[in-house]
Design a protein around this ligand. Structure first.
Ligand code: HEM
Length: 388
């Protein structure tokens, strides 16, 4: 199943995102989007991930330290911890700064305030409204969006200067800002880079945090799989090459992405009249694609509601992965951070499981709800104990 680029992503007309995301790759379409992807994609290619790995590992190790301090047998909500870890991963890999950095903390806090002001984390923010519908952004949403962009703008301007002076670190921001579009030879102006940093931060930390939280909850609920993943984690040598041996952690993470796809639905607009599964689709019609439903389809998957990381090593599982698995979407508009996320997820699981045994809090079972990503309605509560 492919999601064609010729079907525009109508997110740009959604109400909640413009003030924050500007002309970022997530909201643009057509030639502008193509040019942006030509500049962004090379920075996240497989080979480049090796260079990003030390920063990602440092973020995972810091998260393991923080969460180990909570592992005293009492319940805690894993979601804010996972958000913290994923935000740290983005700051360290993009700008070579940890979340404790003054500006990084301020951006993280401003994002939290922004989400509290409503539309961004609400799916309705992404669903296009009819053209007659009045579009207003609550003043507080506008104010937090401006604050985030001012902070990111500072980081990006400083980086542009460091690149000119030849003192910039070799991280993702430098890679993206120094990459020329192979067709036009142009680079991102710093203003356009602010838009891209905003979407990297949003798309890269909310999604990963959701996946990590559900993966840990599933492991807590399935101690036999947790033991297998932990045994593998104990043997992990902390290298980039060693990631290939984290097979159970990878399959657990893939299974979490299947059962709780962080992006539960996507919207596309038909660019021309077409027929889809025998039905006429008019030009301009909105098409909703739902990984949530597809991943749990009873006619496609064997025991779709069962957590079974082992399915990924069966012919049936591999077939379903090709035909009916799209946690990162598919086609030209596929998530450019998919490779990054598939390194980050299994790595963070391994680093956490080495130090902590996770248990379900039987009094508070999580209820999944679709915000911008799939989150627990009242959080995702776990208990942790130190792993000796
Ligand atoms: C488990 C983690 C992740 C999941 C499940 C995920 C999922 C997705 C999905 C489904 C889309 C397509 C949305 C749509 O078309 O409506 C998307 C787009 C995107 N993602 Fe990810 N993502 C993840 C992590 C990341 C990371 C780590 C980054 C950056 C480092 C990233 C950057 C982006 C960007 C920039 C787009 C917009 C691409 C475009 O429209 O051309 N994502 N992601």
């Amino acid at each position: 199943m492919n999601v064609p680029a010729s079907s525009p992503n109508p997110t740009g007309s959604g109400r909640g995102v413009r003030p924050l995301l500007g002309q970022s790759v997530f909201v643009t379409n057509g030639k502008q989007w193509e040019r942006q992807r030509r500049i962004i994609d090379p920075a996240l290619e497989g080979g480049r991930l090796r260079e990003t790995f030390p920063a990602l590992h440092a973020a995972g190790a810091a998260a393991a330290g923080r969460i180990a301090r909570l592992a005293d047998g009492r319940p805690f909500d894993i979601e804010p911890e996972a958000s913290h870890a994923a935000a740290d991963a983005i700051f360290r890999t993009l700008f070579s700064i940890p979340i404790e950095d003054h500006t990084a903390t301020a951006v993280f806090e401003a994002f939290r305030q922004h989400q509290r002001t409503q539309p961004l984390l609400n799916l309705a923010a992404f669903v296009p409204l009819p053209s007659w519908f009045p579009r207003f952004h609550r003043w507080r949403t506008l104010a937090t969006a401006r604050k985030i962009r001012r902070l990111i703008g500072g980081l990006t301007r400083d980086r542009a200067k460091a690149i000119e002076e030849g003192t910039a670190p070799d991280d993702l921001a430098t890679k993206i800002m120094t990459t020329r579009d192979p067709l036009s030879g142009e680079r991102f102006a710093w203003q356009e880079m602010v838009d891209q940093v905003a979407i990297f931060f949003l798309a890269g930390h909310e999604t990963s945090a959701s996946a990590l939280s559900w993966a840990l909850w599933l492991l807590a609920a399935h101690p036999e799989w947790q033991d297998r993943a932990a045994a593998e984690a104990m043997a992990y040598d902390d290298s980039f090459a060693g990631l290939g041996k984290l097979r159970v952690c990878r399959d657990v993470f893939r299974e979490a992405l299947r059962l709780y796809p962080p992006v539960p639905m996507m919207v596309r607009e038909a660019a021309c009249p077409q027929t889809f599964r025998g039905r006429a689709v008019a030009r301009g019609a909105q098409i909703v694609l739902s990984p949530w439903h597809l991943h749990r389809h009873e006619r496609i998957w064997t025991e779709p509601d069962r957590f079974d990381p082992g399915r990924w090593n069966t012919e049936d599982g591999r077939h379903c992965a090709r035909e009916a698995y799209l946690p990162f979407s598919r086609g030209p508009r596929v998530c450019p951070g998919a490779g990054f996320a598939m390194v980050e997820g299994p790595l963070f699981l391994a680093l956490l499981l080495r130090r902590i045994r996770f248990h379900v809090d039987e009094t508070r079972l999580p209820v999944p709800v679709a915000h911008l990503t799939v989150r627990g309605r009242d959080g995702i509560w776990l208990r942790g104990t130190p792993r000796s």
